[in-house]
Write a protein that binds this ligand. Structure first.
Ligand SMILES: C[S@@+](CC[C@H](N)C(=O)[O-])C[C@H]1O[C@@H](n2cnc3c(N)ncnc32)[C@H](O)[C@@H]1O
Length: 293
């Protein structure tokens, strides 16, 4: 399994070992409604075991009663959101600030939109867009449950998102083969099929970005075709776009890969971040921070 990544994933045998039984359940305290320490105390009184995450004070790994964590009254009331650890990374890289205008181009069901809204303390405005009506319904219900009031929702093909306003910060959490989440291997052909869409979504985000703004691109897949190749194509097309070095303090990550199979990518893709279970203690994930001049 995943043999095609042996040359790019460090300590590959450990990686294989770690994905065999990877079932991490994690939650994010909703700081619009509660304090993380208060939530921890409350859930522990109900018998849940929660472990703090050193790189994010709002995050907890659920160690006991994990199967029940989506069924509590506190969950229903939006005091926390069940979210994978790696999924919390893009918002931390985007670093949204109060009163900013932010576009979340592929937003549903809203894990990252609600997190961004919290980090902005419900100020400013987030435009949360997605193409899927069904998934947007879930987004609406999550916004409501979490008490988020600074989001406007749009439904359109992100590749054609209207160029009316420019945004200071944009998140492109692209549709992908999700190998890093399911740990089921997908074919190169499947990645190639998605790669053009991912490129077009990111291209539109770059075009919608203010000068000196930031675009964060993320996927939960391992394939360089959906990650470094997409970034490389953008760098080749836009002279005003650079990959900016980034990190999330306290979490170990690997660099983007500069080549794979017969493909060579722009050398600055090494500034992108790759997350693996055996190195970062998260699911597999990719994130890139682009600065648009
Ligand atoms: C990885 S998921 C996003 C997850 C979301 N950011 C979250 O954290 O909850 C990718 C999303 O892209 C959406 N999508 C697929 N094609 C799209 C397109 N052309 N334009 C906009 N959204 C699209 C899918 O409906 C899906 O909701």
């Amino acid at each position: 399994m995943f043999e095609k990544y042996r040359e790019i994933i460090p300590k590959f045998d450990k990686f294989l070992e770690s994905v065999k039984d990877f079932r991490l359940v994690s939650i994010r305290a909703n700081i619009l409604k509660t304090r993380p320490s208060l939530l921890k105390k409350c859930l522990e009184e109900k018998g849940f075991g929660l472990k703090s995450v050193k790189w994010y004070s709002s995050a907890f790994i659920v160690e006991r009663k994990k199967e029940l964590v989506g069924k509590t009254l506190e969950h229903m009331l939006g005091y926390y959101y069940v979210q994978r650890l790696e999924s919390m990374i893009p918002a931390l890289i985007l670093k949204p600030k109060k009163h900013e205008l932010i576009l979340d181009l592929c937003a549903a069901p809203g894990s990252k939109t609600t997190q961004i809204a919290e980090l902005m303390r419900n100020t400013g405005r987030i435009i949360a867009n997605d193409i899927s009506e069904k998934r947007l319904k879930a987004l609406f219900s999550n916004l409501e449950r979490q008490g988020v009031v600074n989001v406007s929702v749009t439904k359109c093909d992100g590749r054609k998102f209207p160029k009316i306003v420019k945004f200071r910060k944009i998140l492109v959490d692209a549709p992908c083969t999700a190998e890093g989440r399911s740990f089921k291997e997908r074919s190169i052909a499947e990645s190639k099929k998605l790669c053009d869409k991912q490129y077009k979504l990111l291209k539109r985000a770059v075009e919608l970005c203010e000068s000196n703004g930031i675009v964060v691109y993320s996927t939960c897949t391992l394939s360089p075709i959906e990650n470094e190749l997409v970034i490389s194509r953008i760098l080749g097309e836009f002279e005003n776009v650079r990959v900016e070095k980034t990190k999330v303090k306290g979490i170990k990550a690997c660099n983007g890969v500069e080549e794979w199979k017969n493909m060579k990518f722009e050398s600055s893709v090494k500034k992108c971040l790759r997350f693996y279970p055996h190195i970062s203690c998260t699911g597999g994930f990719f994130a890139a921070k682009l600065r648009v001049r």
